[in-house]
Design a protein around this ligand. Sequence first.
Ligand code: RUQ
Ligand code: CUA
Length: 634
Amino acid sequence: MGSRANRGRILILPGLESANVPRRCGGGRCGRRGLAGGIFSGGASASRPGRPLEKDHHVAPGELDTYYGFWSGGQSGEVRVFGIPSMRELMRIPVFNFDSATGWGITNESKRVLGEGGAFLNGDTHHPKVSYTDARYDGRWCFINDKANTRVARIRLDIMRTDKITTIPNVQSIHALTLQRVPKTERVYAGGEMIIPLPNDGRHLENPKEYWTLMSALDAETMEVVWQVIVDGNLDNADTDYTGKYLAASCYNSERGVTLPEMMGPERDWAVVFNLPAIEQAVRDGKYTTIGDSKVPVIDGRGAAQGGTEYTLYIPVPRSPHGINTAPPDGKYFVASGKLSPTCTVVEWAKVDDWFAGKLNDPRDTVVAEPEVGLGPLHTTYDNRGNAYTSLFLDSQVVKWNIADAIRAYNGESVNYIRDRVDVHYQIGHLKASLACSRDVDGKYLAALSKFSKDRFLPVGPFHPENDQLIDISGDKMKIVHDGPTYAEPHDALMVRADQIRTKQIYDRDDPFFAETVAMAKRDGVVLERDNKVIRDGNKVRVYMTSLAPNFGITDFKVKKGQEVTIVVTNLDEIEDVSHGFCLVNHGINFEIHPQQTSSVTFVADKPGVHWYYCSWFCHALHMEMNGRMLVEA
Ligand code: RUQ
Ligand code: CUA
């Protein structure tokens, strides 16, 4: 693998023989050969970087981007905010991770959000989803799943901070995450990926035929799990329709295998559609069970062999479907991307209506097209001109195809539905066009999130960055306009128009994020905006101080060894961007205090002596002098 020429071929499935895999799809079985052969063929390195950017894509210094991009941070456990089209990284929002800069995982405020799950320092974020009103981004929240520790988080977009995290019961690994679109996001849908015994308390350890997983619905306001539905197979990805009636998820491993060969066995898996009004009604009617200690209503949606139940419809699609994406702006169709099959399956939502109304006999009658698009189709996104764009993992390409023409071809007409192909670098996973999950889809840009960057950037050791490319899709031909290295590992991204996000540039004093800390101060008779006070309460000491560049309101305080100390800092600065940090040396404590914010930390003073604290954010010409001492008596 030493030479650059060889880097286009990567062996990833150990133990399987290499085979020559045609780069283009040559027939119906090529997808199978692709993965079974264990070779991920690299896309031909087409355009080298260095071409001057077109004027339209260039965002000059001092100019602002036209879109916000919300990027999953993958195994970093965070969410990142990008500016598009510049691809500049604007912010990182800590979610499931520990963050040294902001003190996420250190402060009392972040620990309250992290809850018991805060015992974990890692997360694996996949699918950021911004909330909707009438299928348009409303800028309230961004939701994100944690595949690693089975959680779902909500980020407040006005301050770009996580404010709720829920651990989902009865399942292992939340992968799919999607939202209700109309009339607005009141439900968050989270798909459990791995199958486990129910309850998972030691029973059925060796009997995978008794392993199951569930789709979960959360209340977007409270973030409580309101129902779950047991399904056949492992849930992969999901999307909702544009009426609020349905949710569809890709479902692989219909045989409930637990090894790779077993999971790749069956010829067909499913897209499972959930009949949401029927499920909600059943929950209201008390027609549910519960599992183990969990109080969450559980409905049985198993029944793939019969095509489904009153709550579920199992549409057979070629093996291991992956992405599920509803086509904007009207949401008439959804597309399941084939992964192990070189096809995409197009389902018409209106026909799903027909099936639940008893007008169709065969779940396959909901399928209106099955275009052959290339090797390893993973995800599909859209423009506003009736075209779909599918990522081809094995081909390292984005393929553009026309939905109406694919339907004509399925009905026997001889039409070419493929519009264009572009090589991406390399092994693309997700892709997302601007506003493509909303009614406002505008067909301007597409982000292609490639899993391998290989030789696209200066070498940085064995661990390579990923490569996120920006593609101009406004014309007939797709054009790559930017390469951007990213740290492990953006799984998915979405773009929201800049005017659809409205942030607070300084905190409101009554922000709920630190309301509990404010209430504690009130009980202590302290006015946070004015007082600098030490409250002694038995073995507990609460130190309230202000910060105003370049001073902390308290420059020394005394405690006894073994006392539990809570330090509360309120930043009185009102000027945008004058943030302070509070770092207590040799105590593992550092946190953010932005203008008008209150932050706090609690720890045990276990080391007698002099311990300096300092402002860790460069805030003023006298920033270096902004410090103080904690004196701990032996
Ligand atoms: S799915 S591996 Cu987003 Cu392609 Cu997670
Ligand atoms: Cu305050 Cu530096």
